[in-house]
Design a protein around this ligand. Structure first.
Ligand SMILES: C[S@@+](CC[C@H](N)C(=O)[O-])C[C@H]1O[C@@H](n2cnc3c(N)ncnc32)[C@H](O)[C@@H]1O
Length: 278
């Protein structure tokens, strides 16, 4: 694994529109995450730690899985985004979710969690295996470690002569994440991170939502993702704002999909889960 001396800069930036984009992303990957939590064994009555909660989507889904007899503790280094997470949990009527601001690797937390879960968070940490080792300290014997992370490498199958815009987006997006220090192949690196952390070998799955129809919400989501990373794309001189042209991006991707009849794939996610010995 490509471990680094420092954490990645948060590639997508910090803004209200980025918070909205995270919520939009959660809707597109909702089924992927629900299937992952189900096969990981998250169930009624559990006490679960959600690592890197962001706007709270995984914590809200976990609260549904554990029911009113269970509890969810969500942690994020970004105290501001947790205000959104708290407001959403309150609006949904959950009284069993607590959000704590801080770095999950160093926060003082109990060591009796039934599960430690995270989505799109290890990719930003300098040494994901070492981070997992610290996170596993919070698990009881027989507890579950379950992580869902992005992997850009399978995107190479989507590159095609008939899709020049999509080809550029794949190249620009991957390069921006790489340059910011994020682990762009975190999905494939999950196996090593689990083993390096001293966890049992994980069960792994791979999934990527794909879209084609004109009304698919993924087109807008992709444009909003490029809105969030545009400052880095420009700063690293990967492409210019004119080349990306975020305001027309959704319709241009949709037009290319319609003309080429090649569906576009959202960033693939790989999930890994393992259960500690009792
Ligand atoms: C891409 S967002 C994902 C949010 C959420 N898990 C989801 O899938 O919707 C990653 C989040 O991880 C948080 N994060 C990154 N490193 C962290 C750390 N060491 N401890 C706690 N949170 C962290 C970031 O602040 C950000 O809110």
């Amino acid at each position: 694994m490509n471990n680094q001396s420092r954490d990645a800069e948060y590639t997508m930036g910090r803004s209200e529109s980025e918070t909205d984009r995270l919520i939009e992303q959660s809707q597109l990957y909702d089924n992927v995450t629900r299937r992952f939590l189900l096969r990981s064994g998250i169930s009624n009555g559990m006490k679960v730690l959600d690592v890197g909660s962001g706007a709270g989507d995984v914590a809200l889904t976990l609260a549904e899985f554990v029911g009113s007899d269970g509890t969810v503790v969500g942690v994020d280094v970004n105290a501001e985004i947790l205000e959104t997470a708290k407001a959403r949990a309150d609006a949904a009527g959950y009284t069993n979710i607590e959000f704590i601001a801080g770095d999950t690797r160093t926060l003082e937390l109990p060591s009796d969690f039934d599960a430690v879960v995270g989505r799109l968070v290890l990719m930003y940490m300098a040494d994901p295996g070492d981070a997992l080792k610290h996170l596993a300290i919070h698990l009881r014997p027989g507890g579950i470690a379950a992580f869902q992370e992005v992997d850009f490498s399978p995107y190479s199958v989507a590159v095609h002569p008939d899709t020049p815009l999509i080809n550029d987006l794949i190249k620009w997006g991957r390069t921006a994440f790489e340059r910011s220090g994020a682990h762009v192949e975190m999905g494939m690196e999950l196996y090593k991170a689990f083993v390096d952390a001293g966890l049992p070998e994980p069960s792994l799955h791979f999934e990527a939502p794909m879209g084609g129809p004109e009304d698919w919400p993924g087109f807008e989501y992709l444009a909003n993702s490029f809105r969030s990373i545009l400052p880095l794309i420009e700063a690293y001189e990967i492409a210019t704002a004119e080349e990306v042209d975020v305001d027309t991006l959704a319709s241009r991707i949709q037009a290319e999909v319609a003309a080429s009849k090649r569906p576009i794939m959202l960033p693939p996610h790989i999930t890994a889960h393992a259960t500690l010995p009792s």
